[in-house]
Design a protein around this ligand. Structure first.
Ligand code: IPE
Ligand code: IPE
Ligand code: MG
Length: 252
């Protein structure tokens, strides 16, 4: 298990994205309701955000509810909405104290009113914060995000504000929910599955992927630092050769 002191401060990722998976299986293994797993997941998130803050990570983006999660039994969807509202209430003061900037990516208009109001109140209460950024992906799906971006771009072309030839990768970036954010250098998925589940498809084009078997409620500071240590051991080549990368590092 890694500790913070083992990490190289100069090679810290700026942005870590997390797929918090395994709450249901964690609960099942304990003969508990799936919702108990989600509740334990909120606690894990609290601990991981604290650990990320200590490591100086500027952005953490967490997948809390996907566009596909609406397909779960109504009972579980309701429990998740209640829990999101409860979790926001629970964490709000601490986020203010920690000066956390909060950003929501996804379509919160589909949230039930009580949960949406809590979310909006929290965004409002934190709007003057200037510290690290917690990005909450709620009712988020990459295909939905990219489709919305394409619709907006097409609209701008139709209105003559943009020429098709002027559409660049930058244009696309600026129409995503994540506009203005750095790309995640590291994507972590807990819970043993090795898939992306419609998360940040455009943004993770060159992210380092880290999969671990630990169920999300059991994931804490040590596991986060393990993931970062693993990330720091990798050579990010961006299409170049290893020799080129090493030469660049020597020159830096
Ligand atoms: C992740 O845990 C949380 C959400 C998707 C909201 P799961 O609920 O997917 O847990 P497993 O994968 O069934 O164990
Ligand atoms: C992804 O987990 C979504 C979240 C963690 C919120 P899922 O558990 O929904 O993913 P799949 O369906 O197993 O791919
Ligand atoms: Mg799952």
């Amino acid at each position: 298990m890694a500790t913070l002191s083992q990490l190289d401060k100069a090679k810290m990722p700026k942005h870590v994205a997390i797929i918090m998976d395994g709450n249901g299986r964690w609960a099942k293994a304990r003969n508990l309701d799936r919702s108990a797993g989600h509740k334990a997941g909120v606690k894990a998130l609290h601990n991981v955000l604290d650990a990320a803050d200590k490591a100086g990570i500027e952005y953490v983006t967490v997948y809390t509810f996907s566009t596909e999660n609406w397909n779960r039994p109504k009972e579980e969807v309701d429990a998740l909405m209640n829990l999101i509202a409860w979790g926001i209430d629970q964490e709000k003061q601490e986020m203010i104290d920690r000066n956390v900037r909060l950003r929501i990516v996804g379509d919160i208009s589909r949230m039930p009113d009580f949960a949406r109001h809590k979310t909006e109140e929290c965004v409002e209460a934190l709007k003057h914060c200037t510290g690290s950024t917690l990005v909450v992906a709620f009712n988020y799906g990459s295909r939905f995000e990219l489709t919305s971006a394409m619709q907006q771009i097409a609209q701008e072309v139709k209105q003559g504000q943009l020429q098709p030839d002027d559409i660049t990768e930058q244009t696309i970036n600026e129409h995503l929910f994540t506009k203005g954010m750095p790309e995640p250098e590291l994507l972590i998925r807990t819970g043993g599955e090795k898939r992306i589940s419609n998360y940040l498809l455009w943004q993770i084009a060159y992210s380092e992927l880290y999969f671990c078997d630990t169920y999300w409620p059991d994931f804490g500071a040590d596991e986060l630092y393990d993931a970062i240590l693993d990330y720091q051991s990798r050579e990010r080549r961006f299409g170049k050769t290893s020799a080129q990368v090493q030469e660049e590092n020597n020159q830096a």
